[in-house]
Design a protein around this ligand. Structure first.
Ligand SMILES: Cc1cc2nc3c(=O)[nH]c(=O)nc-3n(C[C@H](O)[C@H](O)[C@H](O)COP(=O)(O)OP(=O)(O)OC[C@H]3O[C@@H](n4cnc5c(N)ncnc54)[C@H](O)[C@@H]3O)c2cc1C
Ligand code: FES
Ligand code: FES
Length: 483
């Protein structure tokens, strides 16, 4: 079948077909410059401030699901088959304000107004499922939105009250029609669009993805674009050929087998939250420290691993759990331990045409104890200075196994082998953790950078081991005994 040569999506209440699209063309520019929908604002152009928040709806197992995304780093081509909802669409049939907007007005939650459309859209996404949220739910939903003049208290008051201003809107009333329209857009074809010689390819299936990557070994994979988007908007990098994969639902599957949790590479941070919390409860609080809602909805586990960053948040706790990767090239697959994937700074064990297909997390051994910690300058929406994942198994009072993994301490996420050796075979008691903390100096020579000094990193990493021990002596919220 010949590839389709245009991108098709619903924008508010009409269909858009567009053929001249490069991989680096972002949804925000399309909205503001081509569609003249200027309610959506550009603040940072790097996914940080939330001013550009729009909702993107897609069919997930035939169910229409809307999520807030940052339009500034969302490639336009990745909107194929989706419903994009902007602030303009919140206007009711009578031209009146939406309940979320009415609440914002009633609580004086806007001053200069620049951030306001983004806040309204994030709150709209919350209102859809949770019209009467708790303060914790509101804070969680707004982690990805910055306001520099109103202050957050009036916004939180508005969010608390928004359910009282109404619980229906046209979008919710028209779900059946929108679902049918989106279904009609799905033709199962490979899509190829281009502008000025730069090509964006959307494979028809995972098998087709494998084939496309064999045909184009130099192509850049784009999953959630929360890294790649910034290469475009901040570093002005060219991408002659990109393969967009965010629509491949088969890579978004979560399989719960007897001995492992298998997560498709496209499972987003948000999508991973519930299955991780079920099997690895120690991850719940850690997960809340990753990015903001928009980035959590877009960013994928596969992207967080494949980018090879020494400060990505998923590798340390996943390595501690003994994670394995399934890598695919053409029809061939190989499985490797996650810790072996990271070879050196910016260098991963990923061959040309190969992609991350699945992440396998073995279920915890009986009696093992786990923890995941993230230290960053800001609590919300900040990158780690140090991140750590620990899995320690005491048996009859003796430590029989220990896996300690750190991010931010070396050029790659890495296990602390000397510290592990200091624990294994020792009584499960404070002296073993004191020795392990001391041994960390053999494992790592951290760098100083804008996030933290080398001395801070080492001290903090050692203190995390002391904290782990201290937490096993009480019952703090951040540590769960998973036996
Ligand atoms: C505002 C903001 C806040 C952030 N906060 C955090 C944070 O708190 N913690 C954190 O760890 N990260 C954070 N990030 C970084 C980012 O969210 C993650 O690295 C994300 O998981 C990347 O996934 P993605 O799907 O967006 O990857 P993309 O940007 O699409 O791709 C990233 C890289 O991975 C490659 N790739 C993607 N999928 C595959 C695959 N299946 N197989 C092979 N290669 C692949 C791409 O080619 C590219 O090289 C933040 C980013 C932003 C913009
Ligand atoms: S403009 Fe700041 S997140 Fe998009
Ligand atoms: S109202 Fe001015 S930045 Fe929020």
């Amino acid at each position: 079948m010949d590839p389709r040569r245009d991108i098709r999506f619903l924008l508010n209440d009409r269909q858009v077909n567009t053929a001249q699209v490069a991989p680096g063309d972002m949804l925000l520019d399309h909205l503001r410059l081509d569609q003249r929908l200027r309610g959506t604002k550009e603040g940072c152009a790097e996914g940080d401030c939330g001013a550009c928040t729009v909702l993107v709806g897609r069919l997930a197992a035939d169910r229409l699901v809307y999520e807030p995304v940052n339009a500034c780093i969302r490639p336009l081509a990745s909107c194929d088959g989706c419903h994009v909802v902007t602030i303009e669409h919140l206007r009711g049939a009578d031209g009146g304000l939406h309940p979320v907007q009415r609440a914002m007005v009633a609580h004086h939650a806007s001053q200069c107004g620049f951030c306001t459309p983004g806040f309204v859209m994030a709150l709209y996404a919350l209102w859809m499922t949770t019209p009467h949220p708790t303060e914790a739910q509101i804070e969680h939903a707004l982690q990805g939105n910055l306001c520099r003049c109103t202050g957050y208290a009036p916004i939180i008051r508005a969010a608390t009250a928004m359910g009282g201003h109404g619980t229906t809107d046209p979008l919710m009333a028209e779900r059946a029609r929108i679902t049918a329209q989106l279904r009609a857009l799905q033709d199962g074809a490979r899509v190829e669009v281009a502008r000025d010689g730069a090509r964006a390819i959307l494979p028809a299936s995972v098998d087709d993805l494998a084939q496309v990557l064999v045909e184009h070994p130099d192509a850049r994979i784009i999953a959630g674009a929360t890294d790649v988007g910034l290469w475009v908007t901040k570093f002005l990098r060219d991408m002659p050929v990109a393969v967009l994969i965010g629509h491949l639902d088969a890579l978004r599957e979560v399989r719960d087998t007897e001995d492992a949790l298998q997560l498709g590479a496209l499972v987003s941070y948000e999508g991973a939250r519930a299955p991780l919390a079920t099997h690895f409860p120690h991850m719940a609080r850690y997960w809340d420290r990753i990015a903001g809602w928009q980035v959590r909805a877009m960013g994928t586990l596969g992207g967080n691993i494949a980018n090879g960053s020494p400060i990505g948040d998923t590798p340390p706790p996943f390595i501690a759990l003994g994670a394995r990767l399934v890598l695919r090239k053409g029809t061939a697959r190989r499985e490797i331990a996650l810790e072996e994937f990271f070879l050196d700074y910016g260098k991963q064990d990923l061959h040309p045409s190969e992609f991350v297909e699945t992440i396998i997390l073995p279920k915890p051994a009986p009696g093992s104890r786990h923890a995941a910690y993230k230290l960053s300058k800001r609590r919300d929406e900040d990158i780690s200075a140090v991140a750590a994942g620990f899995a320690i198994t005491p048996r009859d009072g003796t430590i029989t196994d220990a896996r300690l993994a750190f991010g931010g301490m070396a050029a790659t996420p890495r296990r602390a082998r000397a510290a592990e050796a200091a624990l294994i075979g020792q009584p499960f008691a404070k002296p073993a953790f004191d020795a392990a903390a001391e041994a960390l100096t053999q494992d790592f020579t951290p760098l100083s950078d804008m996030r933290a000094s080398a001395a801070y990193r080492m001290r903090a990493a050692q203190n995390l081991l002391h904290r782990f021990w201290a937490e096993t002596q009480g019952t703090p919220a951040s540590l769960e005994d998973v036996a």
